[in-house]
Every structure is written in C-alpha cells, then in structure tokens.
Design a protein around this ligand. Structure first.
Ligand code: SF4
Ligand code: SF4
Length: 642
C-alpha cells in the first residue's frame, strides 16, 4: 500500500514525501515492513507467561504446557492489557497527587481552582472551615494517595455514580478497593497456575478498569483542574501548520501536566524570549502533541501540533528545536528521527528514559528551574537549524476547545430561564435528550492505529454522528483529529443535523466538544453520570455510547472496559486480541449486556460502525423515552397524593 494511503492528513502526506527524500524511516515504513502480523498474537492465543512457554494454541496443540486452554490464555492476556492501561493512567494520577502535596503559596505549584478543591475536600470529609487552603490541599492529596493502596473499603469516587450503577457494581463484586491492589491482583491472578477461568478473568478486568475510570483518571482530572485551573472555552489552532518558520519551535509530547505547565511558563519567561531573539528567532512557539497537547490546549489554548501518528513527522519538518517528552505514547524511534535533523529529543522522566535521547530530568521539587533549563536548551538549539531542511506544511485549522464539565454547564446556562430553573445544572442537556432534538451523545475517544488509515475512522464516525443529531464529545487523539479537520469550529454546525445545529446555535458550541486528554474521559463519566442522576436513571438508560475508532494502547482497553462497566455501550474500530477464545467474544460482545447493561461491538469499517451506533442509539431511545414517561407519571401520581 502507498504510505500516503495510510493517513488522510494532507500535511502528513507532504512530510512522508520529505521523510523519504531525507532518508528517514517512520512508522509508516515500519508498518509496511511487517508484511503480515502473527495470527496467534492477533487472536490473543499465545502465552509467554512462564519459562515453559511460549505456548500457542492450534488445533493440534489445544492447550499450553500447563494445560491452559485458549479461553484462559486470551482472558489472561486481556486482563493484563487492562492492568497495563490502568497502571499508566493511575501512575499519572499519583504524580499529580504528589504535586498537590508539594503545592504552596509561593512555590511552583499553586492552587488555581480553590472552589473545586473545597468541593472535593467536603466530598472526602476533609475539614475545610477556617483552614488554610494549602493545608486542605495537602490533606486532600494524602487522602488521594491512600486511594492507591488503602487496606479496607471501596474507592471514594464510586459514590458519585448514580445509585443503581453503584448497586450493580456492589452486587457483582466489582467495586474497586484501591488502584494498586486491583492491578497487583490481576498480575497475581494471571501468573501461571492461578486463575484458570475466563469469566473470572473478565470480571477482575472490569473491577481493575473501574479503578482507572472512577479512581485514577478521576483523580488525575480533578487534581489537574485544581492545580492548573479548570479549562474554559478558548480558541486555538491545530495541525503541523502551527509550527513557525521564524520562531523557536518546541513540541511538548506525552501526558503529565506537571511538566507541561512548567514548560508553558518557562516559554513565556522574558529572559528566555530575549535569548530566543538573541539567537535570531522572533520568539518561542510552543505546540502540543498527544495528551500533553490536549492538557495545554484545554487550559492555555496552546496550539496542537498533531496526534500520535504525527510525532515523527513533526521532527521531519526540520523546524523543531526540541521535542520535550515525559511518559506514554512516545515512539522510541524519535531518537533516530531526531538524529537526522538538529532537533533535540529531550526525555525528562525516570519512568521513560529512551536510548539516544538527551535526558534532562524533571522533578516536581525543582519544577520551574528544570523547566527553564529544558526550554533554554531548546532556544540555544535554534542556531543549529538547517534552513535547507525546513518544510512546514501549510494546513492548520481553527478549533474552539476547553469544554470541561464546568465549561459545558456554563454554556448550558445560556438557555436557562432563570425564573424557572436554577443555573449550573445539566437540565438543558437532559431536556434536549428527552425531547429528541438531540438523539443522543457519543464519546469518540482513543488513539491512531497503524492497522487502519490514520484519522479516517475518527473523522468519518464523528461526521456521521453529528449529521444524525448526535452530539459528539471527544478526548485524546480523537480530539486532535476533530480539531485538525475543522469539526471544533462553529462553522462545523453546517455538518450537523437540524436538531443538533439548533442546539449548537442556542448554546453556542461546536457540534464536537473537546473534553481534554485521555484521563479526561473521566469528565465524560461525570457528565453522563450527572445527567442520569438528574433524570433519576442509570447511565445505561441514556441514549449515549462510547467509541474508540482507532484505538491501539492498553490504556484504551482499560477505558473501553470501564466505559462498558459504567453501563455505556462501547464500539471499537479495531478488533482486540480476543478472537482466539469464542467464550471471550461471547462475554465481551454479549453477556456483559445482562451483567452491566452494556457491551462491546466491533466493526472495522468506519461507515458501517457509525450506522450501527446510530441504529443502536435510536433503539435505546425507545427504552429511554418509556422511562422518561414513567418518571413523569410517577411525579404526577406523587403530586396527586400530596
Ligand atoms: S503459563 Fe502455561 S500456557 Fe503460558 S507459557 Fe507457561 S505453560 Fe505455556
Ligand atoms: S489517545 Fe491513544 S495515542 Fe493518543 S495519547 Fe491517548 S493513549 Fe496515546
């Protein structure tokens, strides 16, 4: 296949040509190099958990040496993916909690959203009356850190879910107790000679995934808002065209805002801006990539350079002085690509050192000084730029971003009649769903996957959904795709059906809302949970869904699993490695429906997947509308009795 057929992004096409001319190998070349991928791995039925293996299941060898069959092997592999994803999100959250423990009035990290901190402190029974805000912050941070390993009880945030959902979790025994405990238990149970029952492995996977969505990711999002500010609506631009010819271009890639916030501050430091000018540049141009990009665009409007599949191509522009990274989704290949240009590939986290990079450790204790040093390194590198090698592609799109749950409430207030209803509630959204003006709402999340055409599934599905009056909320690299393809502009209302377009006009939003990074999928849980509570329903009763059209990471597997466990049907555009076990498919794509009120559906054709989602949302509306009527009748009866 022509490499250019592997992405619909036209900037990427231009840079793929340049990479070839410059003799640079990219992901696109490596993907082509794998003529076919191993069928055992694709189906999930190879095992290398112990030294007797590796074992793989075939008709002639239907069991591994220990006797594990295909169901056990697939189940263990799936459970370990969920554990890996939960660990990644949760370790990110742990760092943010530690950062909050370090916050101080005159330090590098301050409390920016005091109101949100107080609300959380009250939720967690931390005394707030008459106390210094930083004392409260430190105690809240300590409580959060206990959520990783507390010996008793269940996770604190679970009680924020609608009551019927909490009951399902309790009855099924999938309430997580503590994040690290759930991850460790999976690693234990998937050791040779432990759990030999796929039902049990999936059950455990759901509990661990809930420890991600309703604990780790939720801590990550809430604490980031408290420390760095709750996102508000703002304008930005997206795609590699945001790089500037005459400025020091710095790309921030990775995930954790503790680093990126300091880089944002340092890049505005007058001394460093002056140094950039001394080097012959007009200033410093910061642009984000992947989830760090999402964090800084949501809070500061920093431009988005691109998504997961554009990380190497960004360096191929020859215009990037430094690619600064922390953890997760960073190609080790960046070191080799950076070698072909003047770009400094700077790793900063002891958790993600990469051979061939320039390692400049970032510590929260010395945050600003570290950030300053790293940005200075980038600025000093401007003089090494080879103008002959620079090609910044032209395309960039405007985008409106910053739709935290609080910002969404703010927009909804525009249509509240203050004589009748209170402000600051999700009622207008619930009303639109009830009336059918909005047919439903779908979270389009997740990565890019080299198995498909980059960005194609995201964009196709989003366009189909909004055309059918389904509001789209998005995070992660799905959000970057939407921003790049102009779906986060007011003009994109033209692509929406009449109902959604009218809502967008009245509430003044684009039809696709940027909710943030991957940990910010927890914002989706907040909005769906809040709407369900308002309507006195469970989350599984609402006409909502989640879709990961181009997922690739273990984090995405954890997200999909907690979304399903929360009662939200989840659609995948890439088949997970489970087809080696008919029982795994039976449970994940069928029986989960009876257990948790939602299930997985997989279809690798984006057009078909979009149609399936739309049809399912319409089916769900019948149940939803009946419930709405039931609730109304109950109210009327209660009124009559009173
Ligand atoms: S755990 Fe069993 S199936 Fe897996 S490698 Fe060891 S012997 Fe083979
Ligand atoms: S969406 Fe996927 S690829 Fe993108 S940053 Fe998140 S996990 Fe990584």
């Amino acid at each position: 296949m022509d490499k250019k057929m592997m992405t619909i992004d036209l900037n990427s096409h231009v840079l793929l040509d340049k990479a070839e001319k410059d003799g640079v190998e990219t992901m696109y070349d490596r993907k082509q190099g794998f003529k076919s991928q191993c069928g055992f791995g694709l189906q999930g039925n190879c095992c290398r958990i112990c030294g007797m293996g590796p074992c793989r299941i075939t008709p002639k060898t239907p069991r591994g040496i220990c006797g594990a069959d295909e169901h056990v092997i697939v189940g263990r592999n799936f459970a370990r993916m969920v554990a890996g994803g939960t660990a990644a999100h949760s370790d990110h959250a742990r760092d943010i909690a530690h950062t909050m423990a370090l916050s101080s009035r005159d330090g590098n990290y301050k409390i920016r959203d005091e109101e949100k901190l107080i609300i959380l402190a009250k939720e967690w029974d931390v005394e707030t009356e008459g106390r210094d805000i930083y004392d409260i912050a430190h105690e809240v941070a300590d409580v959060a850190l206990m959520e990783f390993g507390k010996p008793h009880g269940v996770a604190r945030f679970l009680k924020n879910a609608p009551e019927p959902r909490q009951k399902i979790w309790k009855d099924l025994g999938i309430e997580p107790r503590a994040i690290d405990r759930e991850i460790a238990t999976i690693m234990h149970s998937t050791h040779i000679g432990c759990t030999g029952d796929i039902d049990s492995l999936i059950h455990m996977s759901l509990r661990t995934a809930l420890a991600d969505g309703w604990v780790g990711s939720m801590i990550g999002t809430r604490f980031s808002d408290i420390l760095f500010g709750t996102p508000t609506v703002r304008e930005t631009e997206a795609n590699l065209g945001v790089l500037e010819d005459n400025k020091v271009n710095i790309i921030l890639h990775g995930h954790e805002p503790s680093l990126s916030e300091m880089i944002v501050l340092a890049s505005e430091d007058p001394e460093l801006v002056a140094l950039a000018k001394e080097m012959g540049a007009d200033g410093i141009n910061l642009a984000g990539m992947c989830c760090t990009g999402n964090e800084v665009t949501m809070r500061h409007g920093v431009k988005t350079a691109g998504d997961f599949h554009q990380q190497e191509l960004a360096i191929v522009t020859g215009a990037v002085e430094a690619m600064i990274v922390d953890v997760q989704c960073i190609f080790p290949a960046l070191a080799k690509v950076a070698d072909c240009y003047h770009t400094k590939f700077i790793t900063t986290s002891p958790k993600a050192k990469i051979a061939g990079s320039t390692y400049m450790e970032f510590s929260e204790e010395t945050a600003y000084a570290d950030g300053y040093k790293i940005v200075k390194e980038a600025v000093l590198n401007f003089k090494n730029r080879d103008k002959e090698k620079v090609l910044i592609p032209e395309l960039k799109s405007k985008a409106t971003v910053g739709y935290s749950a609080d910002a969404i409430l703010g927009q909804l207030d525009r249509v509240v009649n203050s004589h009748i209803d209170p402000a600051g509630t999700l009622k207008p959204l619930a009303d639109c769903l009830k009336s059918g003006v909005l047919r439903g709402a779908v979270g389009v999340v997740g990565c890019n996957n080299a198995k498909g055409v980059s960005n194609l599934a995201h964009v196709t599905i989003m366009k189909e959904l909004i055309k059918n009056d389904i509001l789209v909320v998005t995070t992660g690299c799905g959000a970057s795709a939407a921003a790049k393809f102009g779906l986060m502009t007011k003009e994109a209302r033209k692509l929406a059906g009449k109902g959604l377009a009218t809502v967008c006009d009245l509430v003044d939003i684009p039809p696709v809302l940027h909710l943030g990074s991957c940990v910010d999928c927890s914002r989706i849980l907040d909005v769906v949970g809040g709407t369900a509570k308002l309507l006195d329903m469970d989350m599984s009763d609402l006409p909502v869904a989640g879709v990961a059209p181009e997922w690739m990471s273990e984090k995405a597997v954890a997200i999909g699993s907690y979304v399903v466990a929360s009662g939200i049907d989840t659609y995948l555009g890439v088949m997970p490695p489970v087809t080696g076990s008919s029982r795994a498919v039976e449970i994940l794509c069928g029986e989960l429906q009876d257990m948790v009120g939602a299930k997985f559906t997989v279809n690798e054709n984006p057009q078909e997947l979009a149609q399936i989602i739309i049809q399912d949302i319409e089916k769900k509306r019948v149940h939803f509308e009946n419930l709405v009527e039931e609730r109304m009748n109950e109210k009327v009866e209660a009124g009559a009795e009173a």
